[in-house]
Design a protein around this ligand. Sequence first.
Ligand code: SAM
Length: 249
Amino acid sequence: MTRRRWIADKWDEATATLKGAQAEHMIRVLRTLPGVEADVVAGGRVFHSVVARILDEGQDGTAEVRFNLVAEVEAEPGMPVTLVMSIFKFDHMEWAIEKATELGVASVAPVIARRTEKHLALAAMKRVERWRRIALEASQQSRRSDVPVIHDPAKLTDHVKATSHRKRLVLAEQERSTTLRGALAEVIAAAGAEMPELELAIGPEGGWAPEEEALLDAHGWQAVSLGPRILRAETAAIAALAVVASMLE
Ligand code: SAM
């Protein structure tokens, strides 16, 4: 039976504590009691734990569940992959963040591209906390030992120009000669025993603007294809991560 995984809000070398919504869920919905066993993630490491104390109202007035950490268990960290996602319809974006978390993405960088719809660009900053909550819940559900970082929205051009040590791939629907799979095989071969670190950039619903394609190229982003069909942005994000996961894990 696979135990649900809880991500501690506070911890030390012997205990871990859930606070707020997670604690309330354990107390009110799961009716947890001292002695109940659970897997708790504390500082990116996973521990087999036992509930030690339950507080309906801890020091700061919120619910608390305190665990004793018993033994560290095998952790499944995410893949060293950043998904640079041009902001698109929020409900599709939220679906993509949840699926990308399940697939092991390490971080998501929402970016404003030239063809990102203006009202979405303006509203994005207000959505980031919700995106972070979706990533946290999807991490727990998929038993990850880490939670993907959801960066604040930024301009695509700023992200493209920023220096990075990662291999940067741009998903380009017009690209015909290089497939994502082919590019990855080369990256993996060049990385030897190391796990390559990647960035995958996905364009907006309207696609990359020509000047964006030129800027990406000028800053060393390699254009790669996911095949001859035009995928929706969220489909491309998930398909790309699935290809990466199948080759890196
Ligand atoms: N230009 C597209 C069109 O003609 O409808 C619209 C862009 S597509 C909906 C959104 C993004 O998904 C693209 O910018 C690209 O990053 C990615 N994408 C879609 N299909 C792809 C493919 N076959 N290969 C690589 N990337 C793809």
